[in-house]
Design a protein around this ligand. Structure first.
Ligand SMILES: Nc1ncnc2c1ncn2[C@@H]1O[C@H](COP(=O)(O)OP(=O)(O)O)[C@@H](O)[C@H]1O
Ligand SMILES: [Mg+2]
Length: 633
């Protein structure tokens, strides 16, 4: 609990510190402008509509004054009826324009949401894997949902509020001044009482808004993390549910507190504004009535002035509120732009090339690599930490060089943490090397087009990920055009066809989030089927058969051997059968290749591989042969 509290204090100090440093930037406004530009014709129409509405709004009070004057001066009845009809007509027109305006602003607003969302989605998708390993999914999703909607709401409210109200305000003031400058000036005496607190409130509300957004994100982060199948399993096994609940309750309580504070502040603000305008109304009746009794003002003018005053303070209230909304709009926009502003570390070159046809070689040439430091790939606010570690990470690979000729299989063995998976991830360019080069078919992977690289390199990892979707959809990811025949063929070769046939909906069975309704081995075989379907020329197997039992491994191994035929392969193996067949075996330790050669060469050399072979791979004595084969750690 106390750790949680410290975390919160930290979070808050970050929040506030950021606010102090960050002026609501002009750059933000420029970027909003860029997003609004495609909608400029709609915006113009919207503004025109606002002007017409404002004109109509001023007309009614003036007409009402005329009616009063007609009554007082005992004028003719026809005039009164005509004036009343005109007022009715205006009311109908106002209603119609209101609906039209709302429709227009909704079109604008929803259009903006669409633009922002797709922009964020596209951008986030282009981020390197390093970004996702650091970012909390909940925080990111909250950016896409809450902040985008917040930005839109504030944007369209601001637009409709500001434009219409500024025009109404000016027109109303002008008409009031022509009716009686004394009454108008007196009514305006209370204006500063109005504007000054409004400014202060605006700032305060923006602060609360920002805090609320962060708190909401923290809450949804916790939910997405705890409610995923692996997260929930972890809590069941290790977690203390009471503590989990208490921590969640603490977060939710903070959301409640800020909600109450915002609501209270908002209503106090509105009430104060209403009170001020009522007081001003009393002044108008007082002074106007006095002037009318002295005969210097028409009675109708007093009525018009009083009615106009209510129309004066309404736009003022709205404009004061608009300040608040502009502030929160900027906050939401900032939070969205913050994500859009992250530069993807790995990008396709403008003159990117294709991988040459036919079987290709794979070459690592003096590769040095450190996982990128957090501040290069992520945002503190998405990780919920106070600050990101900067500088360069510790080097994980210290000069890796080897070459796999077209069609050859290279096996990597070595202790856990040696850097085998890291080497594998450099090939499909999940990360870029710091020094040296990784080449496919003689071309540096950094010079290849993303599409070509993806079509060339396939990878199966230990924890093969499946989308929460049907078996078919998960397979089609690899080859969108594949027909059912091909799908079944791939499943058969991965020794999974019998199982899929038994599933309630066959190929159309949804495999749960992370493929949870399948066992580890079945999930792995499905990812292998996906690999077989994709038919990439370079294949990486990172402990791809780790979850399989002996029987299914033997079966899948056959399929893999078949699949690897004619392909260049990088195999991180933990079983002897795969390693022995490799054309080249590399023993990796602490980021270096410490031994290399074929199985026989390395055994004869009597070094680390030979030791590894004796302790891990060697046939087990009869007694333990029933147990699953020992993996190389
Ligand atoms: N995403 C990552 N960020 C930072 N360091 C990492 C990351 N993944 C792995 N490492 C580190 O890199 C080293 C090599 O890891 P890895 O390549 O996964 O080893 P292996 O696959 O041989 O078990 C380890 O020290 C590990 O802690
Ligand atoms: Mg590994």
């Amino acid at each position: 609990m106390s750790m949680e509290t410290t975390a919160w204090t930290q979070l808050h100090s970050v929040l506030y510190a950021q606010q102090e440093q960050r002026p609501l930037a002009r750059a933000t406004l420029r970027r909003i402008g860029a997003f609004a530009r495609p909608h400029r014709r709609r915006i113009v129409r919207f503004v025109a509509l606002g002007v017409v509405t404002a004109l109509l709004a001023v007309a009614t009070p003036v007409l009402a004054g005329r009616v009063v004057d007609a009554i007082v001066s005992r004028g003719d009845q026809g005039t009164v009826v005509r004036l009343a009809l005109l007022i009715a007509l205006i009311a109908v027109a106002e209603a119609a324009l209101g609906i039209l305006g709302r429709r227009l602003s909704a079109t604008l607003g929803e259009g903006l949401i669409l633009d922002l969302r797709t922009a964020v989605f596209d951008h986030v998708q282009r981020m390197p894997v390093a970004f996702f390993t650091r970012t909390r999914t909940g925080a990111l999703v909250s950016r896409l949902n809450n902040d985008v909607i917040g930005a839109q709401r504030a944007f369209s409210n601001t637009l409709s509020g500001v434009v219409g109200n500024v025009v109404t305000l000016l027109l109303t003031l002008a008409v009031m001044l022509t009716l009686s400058w004394q009454v108008t000036l007196l009514a305006l005496v209370l204006l500063p009482v109005f504007v000054v607190p409004a400014r202060r409130m605006g700032r305060r509300m923006a602060r609360m808004q920002r805090e609320a957004a962060t708190l909401n994100a923290a809450m949804s982060t916790r939910m997405t993390e705890r409610f995923s199948a692996p997260g929930a399993t972890l809590v069941k096994l290790f977690g203390r549910p009471e503590e989990e609940s208490a921590q969640f309750a603490a977060r939710a309580a903070r959301v409640r507190d800020i909600g109450i504070r915002t609501a209270t502040a908002q209503s106090a603000f509105i009430t104060a504004l209403t009170l001020v305008s009522s007081l001003a109304l009393a002044l108008v009746y007082g002074l106007g009535g006095w002037l009318a009794l002295r005969g210097t003002l028409e009675p109708g003018a007093v009525v018009s002035l009083a009615l106009l005053l209510t129309r004066l303070y309404a736009p003022l209230t709205a404009l004061a509120g608009a300040r608040v909304e502009i502030m929160s709009a900027l906050v939401s926009f900032e939070r969205v732009f913050e994500v859009l502003g992250l530069k993807p570390l790995i990008e396709e070159k403008p003159d990117a090339r294709e991988v040459p046809d036919g079987p290709v070689s794979v070459e690592f040439d003096g590769v040095r690599f450190a996982y990128p430091a957090a501040d290069k790939v992520s945002l503190a606010s998405l990780e919920e930490v106070a600050s990101l570690d900067g500088g360069d990470g510790t080097e994980v690979l210290h000069g890796i060089s080897f070459r796999a000729e077209p069609g050859q299989t290279v096996a990597l063995v070595g202790p856990s943490g040696a850097g085998k998976s890291t080497i594998a991830q450099l090939l499909p360019r999940l990360y870029d090397v710091d020094e040296g080069a990784v080449r496919i078919g003689g071309t540096d992977v950094r010079d290849l087009s993303t599409a070509s690289l993806r079509a060339t390199v396939g990878m199966v990892t230990q924890d093969g990920h499946l989308f929460h979707d049907t078996v078919r959809a998960n397979l089609l990811l690899a080859r969108p055009t594949a027909g059912d025949e091909e799908l079944w063929e791939a499943l058969r070769r991965a020794r999974l066809d019998d199982l899929v046939r038994l599933l309630p909906d066959g190929l159309d069975t949804v495999v749960g989030e992370r493929g949870y309704r399948l066992s580890g081995g079945e999930r792995q075989r499905l990812t292998i089927a996906r690999l077989l379907l994709a038919r990439q020329r370079v294949v990486i197997l990172d402990e791809a058969t780790a979850h399989l039992d002996n029987v299914s491994e033997a079966a899948v191994q056959e399929a893999l051997t078949e699949a690897l035929h004619g392909r260049t392969a990088l195999v991180i193996a933990h079983r002897l059968s795969t390693v022995r067949a490799a054309d080249l075996i590399l023993v990796v330790e602490a980021g270096r290749i410490v031994e290399r050669g074929t199985h026989d060469e390395l055994l004869a050399a009597g070094g680390r591989y030979a030791r590894l072979y004796r302790t891990r791979f060697a046939p087990q004595p009869e007694r333990s042969s029933q147990r699953p084969a020992q993996p190389v750690p």
